[in-house]
Design a binder for this molecule. Structure first.
Ligand SMILES: Nc1ncnc2c1ncn2[C@@H]1O[C@H](COP(=O)(O)OC(=O)CCCC[C@@H]2CCSS2)[C@@H](O)[C@H]1O
Length: 335
């Protein structure tokens, strides 16, 4: 088997934008015949895949209201939730040293060494007793490739489900859909586990598989580099996080005493780029004439309601008042 030099890197940071910046930096500076095991954790974060629609995959306004962070990663695949009960691993390797089977071997052996009967699903997941405990994804750069994944150790599953639930509105969007699974925390199978125990097991299994010392990479030195600061800005930029979401169409409707109303929005980068309003109200013209007021407005019920009201500073027709209240009340958390 090819002899490779092994490195270990452990992040002391819990900000996903810093950790993703470090990961990308490590990838672009890989030397030949080397493999790095990078271990990292994020606090209260949803991570979407490179080609996903942010609003479709994540209740973005709920997450931000509860002080969570949404980030987009480089690799493909679906949306996952991280908190400090989740551990991430990344195997970064030069093209010749990259060997997915060996990575899985490292993980499965590590799990077994701490009493967890894990197996690889054949798709991109690791399962224990038919429940997913790890989701994996991949990226190829110039200097090498990476395979990264999550490990659910003691994650708040209620929060995970809440943030990743599908939006209530009818939504048609291109982009990659997440694949919902039944998940489990490793702690359910071995109550004495902690993040540290799992980390130690993975590091030991990595060195067992690859040999070598596992030279430490100092991430605080890497953090000082200009390139990492630039990458941090990229991962923090809303045009990276939201802007790469493919456009989508969304429809919401309601029956009022005076008639039925359906609002159809075309959404680009989070704001309404086109709006159509259909209604069977007596004063259908009034309702249809509201559409231009919603163009360019961010897709949030309360902000849309404000935009409607702004256009009737003097006397607001009853229908408009009711529509604004409905948007505010039912769709404040549209996504
Ligand atoms: N943290 C975590 N771990 C495992 N599975 C999860 C997690 N959060 C959510 N899920 C479940 O996986 C599906 C999505 O599965 P899906 O297969 O669509 O996507 C993935 O697994 C992507 C893994 C990305 C790993 C990266 C590594 C470092 S940064 S993120 C979701 O709907 C939940 O049912």
């Amino acid at each position: 088997m090819l002899k490779v030099k092994t490195f270990l890197a452990e992040s002391p940071f819990v900000d996903p934008r810093i950790n993703l910046a470090i990961e990308e930096h490590l990838l672009s500076h890989l030397s030949s015949h080397s493999v790095i095991l990078y271990l990292w954790q994020n606090e209260h974060t949803v991570v979407i895949g490179r080609n996903q629609n942010a609003w479709k995959e994540c209740r973005t306004s709920l997450l931000s209201e509860e002080k969570g962070t949404l980030v987009r990663r480089l690799s493909g695949g679906g949306a996952v939730y991280h908190d400090l009960g989740n551990l991430n691993f990344t195997f970064l390797a030069s093209h010749l040293s990259y060997d997915f089977i060996r990575h899985i071997k490292v993980l499965v052996a590590a799990f077994r060494s701490i009493g967890i009967p894990a197996s690889f699903s054949g798709r991109n997941d690791i399962f224990v007793e038919n429940r997913k405990v790890s989701g994996n994804a991949f990226y190829q750069g110039k200097a090498g490739r990476y395979h990264h994944g999550t490990i659910l150790i003691d994650v708040d599953i209620d929060r995970m489900v809440r943030y990743l639930q599908p939006p209530a509105a009818k939504l048609k969007a291109k982009g990659i859909d997440s694949v919902k699974s039944r998940v489990a925390n490793l702690k359910e199978f071995n109550t004495s586990l902690s993040i540290d125990v799992v980390k130690k097991a993975i590091k030991a299994s990595f060195l067992e598989e690859y040999g070598g010392e596992g030279e430490n990479i100092s991430l605080s030195d890497i953090m000082k580099k200009e390139e990492v600061k630039t990458l941090y800005k990229k991962y923090s930029n809303p045009s990276w996080i939201y802007g790469l979401s493919p456009d989508f169409d969304v429809e919401i409707e309601n029956r009022f005493d005076w008639g039925h109303v359906a609002l159809g929005f075309h959404v680009r980068e989070g704001s309404v780029s086109q709006c159509h309003i259909y209604s069977d109200a007596m004063d259908g013209d009034l309702i249809a004439s509201l559409a231009p007021f919603l163009k360019g407005v961010p897709l949030q019920g309360d902000v849309l309601a404000k935009a409607l009201r702004r256009n009737f500073p003097e006397s607001m027709p009853q229908e408009v008042q009711e529509m604004a209240c409905w948007l505010e009340k039912d769709w404040a958390h549209m996504f």
